[in-house]
Design a protein around this ligand. Structure first.
Ligand code: BMA
Length: 328
């Protein structure tokens, strides 16, 4: 049995696996959990991140407003399913050269010590990785951008490894990047990042076509007794445009640049109408996962068609067995 090494979360949102399910993940029956008009100003709410907070949950949401301005909004929930999201975007305190907002999107959140760290794709003369933190989801502090433009999908590990903060990221271009590998960088202080290491490239089309164009880290990696469980997105370019599916890999605990297993088959892709239809069709884009160490349960939050937010479930054991049985 694969064991999750983290806190227990008895109130993790959950639905049992439907009988006869043969997939590694199954969807929440009431998806999507957040509709496009989840706030009074939103055009769409997707690619968002949640964490346990107080007796319930808090989150950082990507809301594109009705001017299609991409920004981050805080939200709160008692059960992880019904969310109340602020009508106003987060405003960060910090160096004004860095806090000036061009655009912000695709947040991830992880708790390290007593701070909830947020990483996101931050417009600073092109997309790069913004970093900030909060302790209360009311006041937000912004640190230096982690990297030079252009970069996306910056995801922090939930603890230091060998005494250093660790971040996955995906160097990119200024447009809808037709390439992309996942890299690992380390930092002593969350300001200066270096010792960059290659982790994974897109797969060869012949071997695993769904992830042959680009890949990017999804939720914060989940620590297990078999390594870091990384859920990621993989993209193929088709005659109808990009299709975003989800995959998973196991990375070495002490050297996360070392890939132990990586799924050849996708673990979920756009199949439901809310995943296939929306502002950008055929996108399933995971940005957060809640875990319960006692039961091994995992609840994955993912954006659907760049329009709404949904929930899917699995267990560490089910997902890791799947990756190992169908490894690239
Ligand atoms: C990526 C990002 C994501 C988005 C995806 C599909 O480049 O912009 O936010 O979900 O494209 O449009």
């Amino acid at each position: 049995m694969t064991k999750i090494i983290a806190d227990s979360l008895p109130n993790i949102p959950w639905q049992d696996m439907p009988s006869g399910c043969s997939e590694p993940l199954w969807r929440y029956s009431e998806n999507p959990i957040i509709g496009r008009h989840g706030t009074s100003v939103s055009n769409s709410i997707f690619n968002s991140a949640v964490v346990p907070f107080g007796k319930g949950f808090a989150g950082i949401f990507r809301c594109d407003d009705r001017a299609i301005t991409m920004n981050l909004y805080a939200g709160f929930s008692d059960n992880g399913i019904d969310w109340k999201i602020n009508d106003f975007p987060i405003s960060f305190e910090g160096d004004m050269e860095v806090t000036v907002t061009e655009y912000r999107y695709d947040p991830r959140v992880t708790k390290i010590d007593d701070r909830y760290y947020i990483t996101w794709c931050n417009g600073y003369h092109g997309p790069t990785i913004g970093v900030g933190y909060t302790t209360d989801f009311v006041t937000f502090h912004q640190l230096e951008n982690a990297f030079l433009p252009f970069n996306r999908n910056g995801v922090l590990f939930p603890r230091k490894i060998n005494g250093k903060y660790m971040m996955l990221s995906r160097p990119s271009d200024n447009g809808h990047t037709p390439f992309g590998d996942i890299f690992l960088s380390e930092s002593p202080d969350l300001t200066y990042w270096g010792r960059h290491r290659h982790v994974m490239s897109p797969a060869a089309f012949e071997k695993s076509g769904w992830q042959c164009t680009k890949i990017g880290a999804g939720p914060v990696p989940i620590e297990t007794d078999e390594g870091w469980l990384l859920i990621y997105h993989g993209v193929i370019n088709t005659c109808n445009g990009f299709v975003y599916r989800m995959g998973a890999a196991l990375l070495d605990t002490d050297m996360p640049e070392k890939v132990l297993f990586r799924s050849r088959y996708y673990i979920m892709g756009p199949e439901m109408s809310y995943e296939q239809n929306g502002d950008v069709p055929n996108v399933t884009f995971p940005c957060a996962a809640l875990t319960d160490a006692d039961t091994g349960r995992i609840a994955i939050y993912y954006g659907c068609a760049d329009t709404v937010t949904s929930l899917a479930f699995t267990t560490a054991e089910r997902l890791c067995s799947f990756i190992k049985a169908h490894s690239l």
